[in-house]
Design a protein around this ligand. Sequence first.
Ligand code: C2E
Ligand code: MG
Ligand code: MG
Ligand code: MG
Length: 283
Amino acid sequence: QARILGRDRLMVFTPKMHEKARGAMETLMDLRQAMEKDELILFYQPIIHVDSGKVTGVEALIRWKHPHRGMVSPAEFIPIAEETGLILSMGKWILKKACTDIKAFNALYPNNPLTLSVNLSSKEFANTTLFEQIRQTLTETGFPPERLKLEITESVVMGNAEAAVITLSKLKEINVRISIDDFGTGYSSLSYLHRFPADSLKIDRSFIRRMHLGGENMEIVRTIVTLGKALHMEITAEGVETAEELAMVKELDCPCVQGFYFARPMPLEELKTSRFFHPLLKG
Ligand code: C2E
Ligand code: MG
Ligand code: MG
Ligand code: MG
């Protein structure tokens, strides 16, 4: 145990804290090389239109196939990538890879072209060259801007509202679409809705998970759906895991769903052969 005496406080490093700090350092060092070593992989999770049962689009979700640790969750490495600025080059790679993948996918199924949702972190959003970078990636890959949906959380916009409005407006001018992710979990959700040119809302999983408890939980989701519709936004319920949750979401007329009940995030190859695109294959 090491003791560090600060000006007016005593900090104690327990072995556990030490381990955690060392873990983060190792993760960072490994992460720096992960991109070059092709260890970062994009998975895609279908988003389903409830009435037709058809897949309308996919969300790209990053995975890290670590040589010793197996699959590392983005919840663990995205924050480290953000803190260190690594997210900038990583985000660039993610967008380019996802546009390339889904453009190729859509060429296979021209009758049902998918939209592509890509998450943007707040650090990326604070980058003044973000707009140019996105435009360049769209040009390079030939991905149609109107099929790209950038997912941002309320906190992303909150951090730098002025710059965010400018970037979002420019994206809108070139027809890129904006989704508010994890809707309902941030602060002042309502005031953002009319200030920011968003096209769709994704209702956070925490609300979906609580619906079965009854009482006000269902009414909260109903209100979000009503609000979104009144503002002509697309609405997706996140994290639908059970038939019961799907039934409730249907009852509330929420147009789209995403969740393990229909499909988990999967590699592109698996998406190609999934039952959604091969209705004759059961599974
Ligand atoms: P998110 O954007 O809200 O993504 C949805 C998360 O919910 C994903 O977790 C997905 O696998 C998970 N999920 C989907 N359906 C269900 C369900 O039915 N039940 C449960 N329990 N979970 C479900 P994942 O892939 O671990 O990603 C976590 C978060 O990490 C994402 O939340 C997003 O904020 C961030 N992230 C993931 N990929 C990227 C990326 O490429 N770039 C950036 N900047 N952030 C990313
Ligand atoms: Mg998302
Ligand atoms: Mg979400
Ligand atoms: Mg999230």
